[in-house]
Design a protein around this ligand. Structure first.
Ligand code: C2E
Ligand code: CA
Ligand code: CA
Ligand code: CA
Length: 275
């Protein structure tokens, strides 16, 4: 028992060294990729559920490293946050996305994810405003997606920053709604125009009564508060039907399309005009 305990400990050590090394390498690569503007933006359509037409696109970061291959954003965004380069990454991605979005029909919107740490950065509103000005993209067509985590730590700072942002005309969406430290008072205390129903609920709403009840409650709540609801993770026609008949405004998910390149997003828009 003693020796097996020791060897388990040694394996753990080896594992840990390997993961620290991996992480250090990834961080170096990411710094370089950000500096070289190799992190790209893909665009996932958000549909108006009643008309079936594209109402906007969510910008999603994509990074392919020569050795590591495709690195998922859930892996590299936290690294960028930890090592203090998220602001640089975001500004580059937002500038890119805004310049692409200026080529879309005027009634479409661009939805863009912000990290919780950015909601503590007093420089954020000015940074976003100058990116909007440089690209000529109208602030009223930009939606910034934040999570509830962003509001928990320092609500006063977040409120100030969100206030400044909404004054310039951009709107705020509460992402992953229902999944986190959900507090209904956020919807009252912060300037929020959209809620995105977390995909863990939409995915299971037809098989799990509790998930269905939560989705329905969010839809009733958002209607009462005059906030638009966007369901994410729509993968099946039946789910689309159920959401639509419950009055959900917008839907996003693999049923419609995954995130695609700017060129493919333009083709999606073209094919829509043709029929
Ligand atoms: P999120 O903001 O909740 O983005 C939605 C995620 O769900 C995306 O994953 C999208 O590809 C995926 N998705 C879309 N439709 C479906 C579906 O029907 N089923 C399922 N199972 N998934 C679907 P992705 O692109 O891997 O991004 C993961 C997360 O990484 C995002 O979650 C967001 O939190 C973060 N992220 C991505 N890009 C950025 C960015 O530019 N900035 C920041 N701060 N975070 C980002
Ligand atoms: Ca999002
Ligand atoms: Ca989400
Ligand atoms: Ca998320």
């Amino acid at each position: 028992a003693k020796s097996s305990g020791r060897s388990t400990y040694r394996f753990f050590e080896v594992d840990m060294d390997a993961s620290i090394l991996h992480r250090t390498l990834l961080e170096q690569r990411l710094r370089k990729a950000i500096a070289d503007k190799e992190v790209k933006v893909h665009y996932q359509p958000i549909l108006d559920m009643t008309s079936g037409r594209i109402a906007g696109f969510e910008a999603l970061a994509r990074w392919t490293d020569a050795d590591f291959g495709k690195v998922p954003p859930l892996q590299f965004i936290p690294i960028a946050e930890d090592c203090g380069i998220i602001s640089e990454l975001t500004q580059h991605l937002l500038a890119e996305a805004c310049s692409v979005a200026t080529t879309w029909p005027k009634d479409l919107y661009l939805s863009f994810n912000l990290s919780p740490v950015q909601l503590q950065d007093p420089a954020l509103p000015d940074q976003i405003q100058s990116i909007l000005q440089a690209s000529g993209y109208p602030p009223k067509s930009l939606v910034l997606e934040i999570t509830e985590t962003s509001l928990v730590k320092n609500p006063e700072a977040a409120k100030r920053i969100l206030g400044e942002l909404t004054e310039t005309g951009v709107s705020i969406a509460l992402d992953d709604f229902g999944a986190g430290h959900s507090s209904l008072s956020y919807l009252r205390d912060f300037p929020i125009q959209k809620v995105k129903i977390d995909k863990s609920f939409t995915e299971r709403m037809l098989t799990d009564k509790q998930c269905a009840a939560i989705v329905e409650a969010i839809l009733v709540l958002s209607k009462g508060l005059d906030i638009d609801a966007v369901a994410e993770g729509v993968e099946e026609t039946d789910v689309h039907e159920a959401l639509n008949s419950n009055g959900c405004h917008y839907g996003q998910g693999f049923l419609y399309a995954a995130a695609v390149t700017a060129e493919d997003a333009a083709s999606l828009l073209d094919s829509q005009i043709d029929g």
